[in-house]
Design a protein around this ligand. Structure first.
Ligand SMILES: Nc1ncnc2c1ncn2[C@@H]1O[C@H](COP(=O)(O)OP(=O)(O)OP(=O)(O)O)[C@@H](O)[C@H]1O
Ligand SMILES: [Mg+2]
Length: 303
C-alpha cells in the first residue's frame, strides 16, 4: 500500500488587513486600562467620551475592536460603526441620518426588539426595510440635533434592561470632516441634560491626526469635550519582536534572527507595516525557514 503524506501548510498567521484581529495586541496596556476605567465609570452613569488618534495603520480599528470585546465581557452592549466618506454636498442631517441608521443595527438585538426606537421611526414615517431605513420628508423638517437626541433617548430605553451602559465606537470620524458642524451637533447632543441624566452611552471616536487637528487649538470646545485624547504611539522593538514570535508560534515556521531585526527596523513601529512585511515574508518560507536571500529582501516588503 502506498502511503502519501500531504503537508498542509499552516495558514499565514499575520494580520495585515484592517479588521483582522491581531493574535496579540502589544504596546497598548495603558490605553486598554484607560478604557476599562471609562467603562466602569459609564456603568455608574458618568460617561466620559473620548477620542483615539493615530496615523494610518497605527492600530485605531484594532484598539476600538478590542474595546468592544472588553465591554462585551462585562455584558455591556456595543455598537461599532465605521464612518463612511462624506462630501461637502452632504449636510448635518445626512450625517445624523447615517448615525441613526447604523448605531441601532449594530447593537446585539434585532431591530424589532428595539421597540422605542421603532416607535420613534414610525412617528417620523421612516420605513424600516430589513436593517436599513427609508427616511421620510418628515425627517427633513426636524433639526438634526433633536433627531439624534430623540433617537438616543429611545435607544437607551430599549437597551437599559439588558445592559448597564451602551458603548458606541465611531471609527474614522475624519470622514465626517466635510460636514462642518457634525461634531458640534454630537457634542451638543451628548451634553443635553436629558442625555446626561437618563442615558449611559459612552462614545469613543477614532481619527487620523489630520482629521482632528483643527479641534486641538487651545480651548477648542470639541477638542476639550472629547478629551483626554489617546494618541497611539509607535510600537517599541521588544513589543514588535513579541508580535512576530507570537504569530510564528505553532506554525513550525521560523524567521532568521537577521530577518526579525530588519523587519523591526524597517517597519518603524507601525503595526500595519510590521504585519504586512511579516505576512509577505511568511509566504516566502522555504522548508519552514525564512532567511535573507536577496540584499533588500525585507525592505522590498515594506511599502
Ligand atoms: N497593538 C497592536 N499589536 C499588534 N498588532 C497590531 C496592533 N495594532 C494593530 N495591529 C495590526 O496592524 C494592522 C493595522 O491595524 P489597524 O487596521 O487597527 O490600524 P488603523 O490605524 O485602524 O489603520 P487605518 O489607517 O487603515 O484605519 C491590523 O491588521 C492589526 O492586525
Ligand atoms: Mg482603521
Amino acid at each position: 500500500m502506498l502511503l502519501v503524506t500531504i503537508m498542509i501548510p499552516v495558514p499565514n498567521p499575520f494580520t495585515p488587513k484592517t479588521g483582522w484581529e491581531p493574535k496579540i495586541i502589544v504596546g497598548r496596556d495603558s490605553d486598554l486600562e484607560f478604557f476599562s476605567r471609562k467603562l466602569y465609570e459609564a456603568r455608574r452613569g458618568r460617561c466620559d467620551h473620548f477620542i483615539v488618534t493615530g496615523g494610518w495603520g497605527m492600530g485605531k480599528t484594532s484598539l476600538l475592536m478590542k474595546y468592544k470585546k472588553i465591554a462585551e465581557t462585562h455584558h455591556v452592549f456595543t455598537s461599532f460603526v465605521s464612518i463612511n466618506e462624506f462630501s461637502r454636498k452632504n449636510t448635518d442631517l445626512d450625517g445624523v441620518k447615517y448615525l441613526i441608521e447604523q448605531i441601532p443595527r449594530r447593537f446585539p438585538l434585532p431591530l424589532a426588539q428595539l421597540k422605542n426606537f421603532m416607535k420613534e421611526m414610525k412617528a417620523l414615517d421612516v420605513e424600516v426595510i430589513g436593517r436599513g431605513l427609508n427616511f421620510s420628508a418628515k425627517v427633513e423638517g426636524i433639526h438634526p440635533q433633536t433627531l439624534l437626541t430623540d433617537v438616543l433617548l429611545a435607544l437607551w430605553q430599549d437597551i437599559q434592561e439588558h445592559s448597564e451602559a451602551g458603548v458606541i465606537l465611531l471609527d474614522d470620524v475624519q470622514n465626517f470632516q466635510p460636514i462642518n458642524s457634525l461634531f458640534t451637533i454630537l457634542k451638543n447632543v451628548l451634553t443635553d441634560e436629558q442625555i446626561i441624566k437618563r442615558t449611559k452611552f459612552l462614545f469613543i471616536l477614532s481619527s487620523v491626526p489630520a482629521g482632528w487637528e483643527k479641534f486641538l487649538a487651545k480651548h477648542h470646545p470639541i477638542g476639550r469635550y472629547f478629551s483626554p485624547r489617546i494618541q497611539l504611539q509607535k510600537l517599541n522593538k521588544a513589543d514588535m519582536k513579541k508580535v512576530i514570535l507570537a504569530n510564528l508560534e505553532d506554525t513550525g515556521v521560523e524567521f532568521e534572527e537577521e530577518v526579525i531585526k530588519r523587519v523591526i527596523h524597517h517597519s518603524e513601529g507601525n503595526p500595519y507595516q510590521l504585519q504586512q512585511a511579516c505576512a509577505s515574508l511568511y509566504d516566502k518560507q522555504i522548508g519552514g525557514k525564512v532567511s535573507l536571500i536577496k540584499k533588500n529582501e525585507v525592505e522590498d516588503e515594506i511599502f
